[in-house]
Structures are given as structure tokens and as C-alpha cells.
Design a binder for this molecule. Structure first.
Ligand SMILES: [Zn+2]
Length: 335
């Protein structure tokens, strides 16, 4: 069985050593340009004595930047003196995708966040997933995986947790999400949870927090600041860093069901009717998609399936059938 085969990835860092180490996960990748070559995925480990372990990951999708920016800075600046326990930092988890600036790996087309638990004898992206699943996740007490919208989506900046069967586990994840202190705190409904790092971390009983912090294939000063503060806040919450959690106002949001999502069924160009953060009532117009073949054709209207606020939107000006066009989430009043 592939699950018992050793990973071909070799770490140049010693996960059990104290101090700071910046090295690589070396993944053999034989190709035309480099016969016995490797993929060198940057990793940092900062250890200081006994204590919990945080696994901080970004770049699962290669066109999302807040996580990589915040985590690369932590890997440069975080000092072992500040840490009780251990921090493992993997800012560009799907490194080939990150280097290409694309959501998926240019090597095998792999979507890292749909390929967990991975395979040690699979394609490159499956090998990365397998190493994270079997080597890095078991080390961790708390896992923070940064995402943003990438080139094709834009989100309100939120930290998120999921509804879990084990309510005590769910509460621990929610507390960590709230400690992140993003402007919005989401209880997230996944369209397709199979193969996600989220599901793997949760199945192992880990405290798991994810984010969506903007998008459009870039970052903003505001969302970068949220990411940097959130990473430190989560480590403070875990007892790895000392100091007060820097809290700010955060709107609690819920995604109660599939009516949150508007998926397109037409081709054309998008006219937004409301912007991110706008309050909408069920039936309100969210956007129109205009056909461009003939000026006599009417636009297709997309309306809110429930009352709430616009939490995500399709980012590019052009759309095709099947695109996720909008997500409406429901503020939890009093939160
Ligand atoms: Zn992502």
C-alpha cells in the first residue's frame, strides 16, 4: 500500500532541534532540464524547548499572497527567544504553483488543497500533500493555513473554522479563529471538502484555522497587515508566543447552506450590482452577466438566495458557465 511507503521528500532541517533553521524540503524531480534534480521547497523551523507546535502554511494555491508575505516575514524575523515550543513555517506549500503565480501546479495540474492525503508514489503535488499529511500534520497542535481568493475570486478578509461533529473540537477551532481577529470571522461551508488540508487536519483532531483574506491575484496593505497580526495572534492563543492578543472588531458570519452560493450559467462580462461587504436581502440583484454577441440580448441577472452580506465575488471581468459568481454570508447579530 502506498500509505506505508516512505516519502521521497528529505528535509534539510532537524524538526527536533532548538534555535532557528531555514532550509528546504528536497523533493526529487527528474526532468529534461535536470536529470537527477530536485524541487527545493523553502521551510523554516523555530524551536525553543517544550511546548506546543504550530504549523503555519501558505501558498497551497500559488496565486494567493497574504499568507506567503506574512509567513516569509515570520521566517526571517521570528526569534527562538520569543517562542515556547515550536513553529514550522511553510510559506509556499505548492512551490511550483507559487513560482508560476498560478492556482494549480504547472507540473502536474495538481490542486494541492484537493489532493490530501496525497500519495508518496503519486505525482509531484500528491507527494507534497503526503509529506504534509504524514510528517508535518502529526507534529502540530495547531494548524493555520492561509488562503485568499487568487486570480478569480475576491473575499472580505475573514478567518474561518468549520462545523465539526465533535463540538468540543469545533469550539477549540472557533476560539483559535476568533483569536486570529480578522475583520470577519466565518463559520465556513465548503463546496467540496474532499481532499482538503482542512479535512485532514480536523480528522487528526488538530486545532485548525484557515483564512480568505482578499484576492484578485494580489495583496493589499490592509490584508497583509491582517495576515501578519493574525499569525502572531494565533501563536499567542496557542501559548507559543507571549503577550496580549491584538483584538479588533470582528463580524461573525455564517454560511448556513448551499443558497449562499451563486454559480453562473452564462457567458459574458460581469456588471456588479453590489460590492463586497454590502448588505443584501433575499432576491436582491447581486450582478448581471451581459452577453456580448448581440446588443439586443438581455443580461442574465443573479440574485441573492438569502439575506446577508456579500462575502465573495468573481473577480475577473469575464465569466463562463460554472463560475462561482458570488457568496452571501449571514451576519450573526450580537456577535
Ligand atoms: Zn486558496
Amino acid at each position: 500500500m502506498s500509505a506505508h511507503r516512505a516519502s521521497s521528500i528529505v528535509a534539510s532541517v532537524d524538526f527536533d532541534a532548538d534555535g532557528i533553521q531555514r532550509g528546504h524540503l528536497r523533493l526529487p524531480f527528474s526532468r529534461n532540464e535536470s536529470a537527477w534534480g530536485n524541487l527545493m521547497i523553502p521551510i523554516a523551523v523555530i524551536g525553543n524547548g517544550r511546548g506546543p507546535t504550530a504549523l503555519l502554511t501558505g501558498g497551497s494555491h500559488g496565486d494567493e499572497y497574504e499568507g506567503p508575505i506574512a509567513l516569509a516575514e515570520l521566517a526571517r524575523k521570528l526569534s527562538p527567544d520569543e517562542v515556547s515550543g515550536r513553529v514550522v513555517i511553510l510559506p509556499f506549500m505548492n512551490y511550483p504553483a507559487f513560482r508560476a503565480g498560478t492556482r494549480l501546479s504547472p507540473i502536474d495540474g495538481g490542486n494541492l488543497n484537493r489532493l490530501f492525503p496525497g500519495r508518496p508514489d503519486g505525482a509531484i503535488t500528491e507527494k507534497i500533500a503526503d509529506y504534509v499529511e504524514r510528517v508535518l500534520l502529526p507534529m502540530a497542535d495547531i494548524v493555520l493555513d492561509f488562503h485568499s481568493g487568487g486570480r478569480t475570486l475576491d473575499f472580505l478578509p475573514f478567518a474561518a473554522c468549520h462545523v465539526l461533529d465533535d463540538k468540543e473540537h469545533e469550539a477549540r477551532c472557533r476560539e483559535a479563529r476568533d483569536a486570529f481577529s480578522a475583520p470577519y470571522s466565518m463559520t465556513m461551508l465548503e463546496i467540496d471538502a474532499a481532499g482538503m488540508l482542512d479535512s485532514s487536519a480536523e480528522a487528526l483532531g488538530k486545532v485548525f484555522v484557515t483564512t480568505e483574506l482578499g484576492g484578485g491575484g494580489t495583496a493589499s496593505a490592509r490584508t497583509v497587515k491582517i495576515a501578519k497580526r493574525g499569525a502572531r495572534n494565533v501563536m499567542k492563543h496557542a501559548g507559543i508566543l507571549c503577550g496580549e492578543i491584538e483584538r479588533g472588531p470582528s463580524v461573525l458570519l455564517d454560511m448556513p447552506g448551499p443558497e449562499c452560493f451563486s454559480f453562473g450559467d452564462s457567458e459574458g462580462f460581469v456588471e456588479p450590482a453590489v460590492d463586497l461587504g454590502a448588505r443584501v436581502k433575499k432576491g436582491d440583484l447581486l450582478l448581471c452577466v451581459h452577453p456580448h454577441g448581440h446588443l439586443g440580448e438581455r443580461p442574465r441577472e443573479y440574485r441573492a438566495g438569502l439575506s446577508g452580506i456579500l462575502a465573495a465575488r468573481h473577480f475577473p471581468g469575464l465569466t463562463a458557465p460554472g463560475d462561482c459568481l458570488a457568496v452571501v454570508a449571514v451576519p450573526q447579530e450580537g456577535g
